[in-house]
Write a protein that binds this ligand. Structure first.
Ligand SMILES: Cc1ncc(COP(=O)(O)O)c(C=O)c1O
Length: 261
């Protein structure tokens, strides 16, 4: 229980007070916070490839910059790979972009369709957690055997299906091409993509906000009416699955073209 009431979107002010906000893909905004707060910053948490402002890839060198500056100040670098884990590659965004964080959070695919989330990282950090360390962490679904079995089996399938990532890339590229041919502005990394309803290239949250969300809403409804379930917000990602057949993808492309046409 807390005595501070949630102020915005359910975030209590006492939590917000201990959180600093830098802008994704903006090295200067990160530097400015480190100049002011230095070693007092415990951790930098980032989606290495943003998906929760719509898909926005890290600019060349941005993740390495975060790695270098956190090392300099003895701050932990935490990658939120809840979306990108196992999706951009078997080793997630950190393998895809070649930058290793101190800790990683995982969800979604880690459970192979079952409800599961996990975190992990450097041995010396994980040894702080019980039974080796003093930090006790447990929950209803922590290590649930059914969900963990589904996750382990999913990883085995990912390891053994050599064409999985190239197929996902091919199918996603077909959707990207259909969107681009229809005049939409699309960001795609592997099998996550977002059509932005704006003329501006989207490279950060500010440019993502230039999207026409009313037009996005009409697009979303049109897709839904035609049986295509896309993310309901402009600021989310569309996920392509290995289970999608070429026929599914072709139909999706046709419906996108119909909507724009
Ligand atoms: C990138 C990202 N991180 C974290 C979460 C939330 O994860 P959890 O529900 O395990 O707290 C989400 C949404 O589900 C997400 O998209």
């Amino acid at each position: 229980m807390t005595n501070s009431a949630p102020d915005s979107a359910g975030v209590v002010s006492s939590c917000a007070e201990n959180t600093l906000l830098a802008s994704y893909n903006d090295e200067k905004s990160v530097e400015a916070l480190f100049d002011e707060f230095r070693e007092d910053i415990a951790a930098v948490i980032v989606e290495p490839c943003a998906a929760n402002m719509g898909v926005v890839a890290p600019k060349q060198g941005f993740l390495q910059f975060l790695r270098d500056i956190t090392k300099k100040y003895g701050t932990l670098l935490i990658f939120d790979e809840v979306i990108t884990g196992f999706r951009l590659s078997l080793g997630g965004a950190q393998q895809y972009y070649g930058v290793t964080p101190d800790m990683t959070t995982l969800g979604k695919i880690v459970g192979g369709g079952m409800p599961l989330a996990a975190y992990g990282g450097r041995r010396d950090i994980m040894e702080c957690v019980s039974p080796l360390g003093s930090v006790y962490q447990a929950g209803t679904l922590s290590g649930n055997p059914v969900a963990v079995s589904a996750g382990v089996e999913t990883i085995r399938i990912l390891e053994e299906t050599s064409d999985i990532y190239s197929e996902l890339d091919k199918k996603s590229a077909m959707i990207e091409t259909a969107m681009k041919n229809s005049g939409l502005n699309v960001n795609r990394i592997g099998s996550i993509l977002t059509p932005f309803f704006t003329d501006k290239p989207v490279s950060d949250y500010k440019t993502a906000l230039s999207s026409d969300t009313n037009r996005f809403a009409r697009y979303y409804s049109y897709m839904l009416e035609h049986g295509i379930y896309t993310a309901p917000s402009q600021f989310e990602a569309m996920f392509v699955s290995y289970a999608h057949t070429d026929k599914d993808i072709e139909r999706t492309c046709r419906i996108i073209e119909e909507f724009i046409g």
